[in-house]
Design a protein around this ligand. Structure first.
Ligand code: OGA
Ligand code: MN
Length: 216
């Protein structure tokens, strides 16, 4: 299905996201993808997970890098834009549109992106963190698309966003509802993943700049 055949209601989502990034630095957008594309990605993530192609995610950089479940407990599987399924290709087309629109309106100079599926098994979590060490990272905008079906508040597993840097303990909890996209400036907001009571799947993307000088 070529991108131009996506339903018309899709067209408004990207400008809304970019406006919210400009005004607030973060946003939550429900129903980001057409249902069918969302379903395909969810099925593919589940297939990859059960097919054993995930690995434990690590933390730290260079010599500090290691798997530390007391900090971060998810498993991930990187997507390869050069070798992907049609559904992943359509998703990448959407990401390219978002990248272009962010650059056009916010002058962030995003250069490319990287995406992985992630699975948190029940009880696993990711402690409070930034996706970018201030000013020295390439990751500039984080986008997380949740791939779960019928998530209930009793399932827990919220993304806790510390949305007000001037008030460090203020936060909002966002449930990982299927087809919900959370997007934020990577260097500005701390966040954490609370433990869930069921398997929690997502597709996370970081838009990167070429040179590590973050404008925010
Ligand atoms: C991450 C992360 C949040 C989430 O992978 O860095 O913070 O809600 N994920 O899955
Ligand atoms: Mn993160």
């Amino acid at each position: 299905m070529p991108a131009q055949n996506l339903p018309e209601e899709r067209r408004e989502k990207i400008p809304e996201i970019v406006n919210a990034l400009y005004r607030e630095g973060w946003c939550v957008q429900d129903g980001f993808l057409p249902e069918r594309l969302f379903g395909e990605l969810r099925t593919e993530a589940g297939g990859a997970w059960h097919g054993g192609s995930f690995q434990k995610a690590g933390v730290g950089r260079g010599g500090d890098y290691g798997v530390r479940p007391a900090i971060r407990g998810d498993s991930i599987s990187w997507l390869d834009p050069g070798d992907c399924t049609p559904a992943q290709g359509l998703f990448f087309t959407e990401l390219e549109k978002l990248q272009r629109e962010i650059n056009r309106q916010l002058f962030l100079g995003l250069f490319d992106f990287e995406s992985h599926f992630a699975v948190f098994t029940p009880g696993s979590f990711y402690q409070r963190h930034f996706d970018q060490f201030r000013g020295i990272g390439l990751r500039t905008v984080t986008c997380i698309l949740y791939l779960n079906e019928a998530w209930q508040s009793t399932d827990q597993g919220a993304l806790r966003m510390y949305h007000d840097p001037a008030n460090p303990e203020a936060h909002v909890d966002i449930l990982p509802e299927g087809n919900r996209l959370v997007c934020f400036l990577s260097a500005r907001f701390e966040h954490e993943v609370l433990a869930a009571r069921r398997e929690r799947m997502s597709l996370t993307t970081w838009f990167r700049v070429r040179n590590p000088k973050a404008p925010f």
